[in-house]
Design a protein around this ligand. Sequence first.
Ligand code: 5CA
Length: 437
Amino acid sequence: MLASKSFIPILKNNPTEAKIKSHKLMLRVGMIKQSSAGIYSWLPLGFKIMKKIEKIVREEQNNVGAQEMLMPTIQAADIWKESGRYEDYGEEMLRISDRQKREMLYGPTNEEQITEIFRSSVKSYKVLPQIFYHIQWKFRDELRPRFGVMRCREFFMKDAYSFDISEKDAELSYNKMFFAYLKTFDRLGLKSIPMKADTGPIGGDLSHEFIILAETGESKIYADKRIFEIPVDKYKNTQDSLNKMRSDFSNFYAVTDDQFKSDEFNKKVSTENQIQTKGIEVGHIFYFGDKYSKPMKCSVDSKEGKKIFVKMGSYGIGVSRLVGALIEAKYVKDKMKWPKSVSPFDVVIIPSINKNDTSNLDKAIKVYEKLKTSGIDVLLDDVDENLSTKFKKHDLLGIPFQIIIGNKTNENQLEFKEIDKDAEMLDLNKIIKILSN
Ligand code: 5CA
């Protein structure tokens, strides 16, 4: 992609309405544009990053056997009346009516919708367990939408739903998702910690929030710092390993505000291991048994021929929130560095351009063509600006690798720089090797 032809509308200064760094940066580099309070358009750069995050989320859901589907954004109020949540949900739910005056709503989550789908076709324990997921826009009419994509009204969420015959089986589904979440955040370059949490309006008996540490986070957390040292890599998607993982994590104290008791904290965690800080909730998982299946009469026949209300769990990841969360975690000292896995481009070529001499731009175009044919997603900054302006711009864009083309550059030796590291002179084949890894 040529920078001169791409739509990356960078603002000269930080927008004054934004309070936290992710919101400032996303507006500044033209990743999003507000259309009304808490509702955003995703411009090409922001959309590309979100799609890369979505892909990783999808792959890790598929890895644990969850099946992708797509439910609508607009739901009928009837199913929410059946579950009893239509009234309970309150003003956060956007209620609408169609031309027949039928009550509808813009889905804030999908427990009712999936239960309705499941009950109409599954009648026997034989097809259980089942886990479904979709990645779809949600709407919650938050009282105070703020911090850009972190707490907005319309947001992109992955939500999964598990169906099991017994509580014991349901725990395995819960553990699979627990595992998938740790893997997902790890691939995004984020250290996430599962914390015991309150179940809120979703309800149920068991719940974990996945939190990443950030000063600007809205969740207060209390933890034993040794939980951060558990290596996620050592667990596998087998029943024993999944159980071991859950029990290893629950050995260490880690809770959010609403579960915190100072006596318990001081008793279980020695002072030198205590941390009290803030974090961003990027995922939340729930086990709630028959909270929805019972009122909605969603049952299957057991082996013994008894009708059993299915045992359910639901599992959310804030895909659009993750874009902001990554910036909060990775934007340090006015410099952004996207993890390779989600960076909008693999590398940017920055030629020093002089109006009267196009030789650097000519060299840059040759390198650009070679990288493209090697399957590398490359941005060529062919805009007519001086080098220092370009470097400032790329500090904000955060593409992790740069190739700088100046008068010193020759065909065989290029100045290659990873953000935060010193530049080195390398030949193009070596660069292609590094970028293809
Ligand atoms: N039904 C359950 C699980 S699918 C559920 O809705 N859980 S949730 O309410 O915790 O939301 C799941 C995730 O969506 C959260 O962890 C958070 O990352 C994201 N999220 C929730 N509300 C918002 C919001 N207003 N703006 C941006 N992201 C949000």
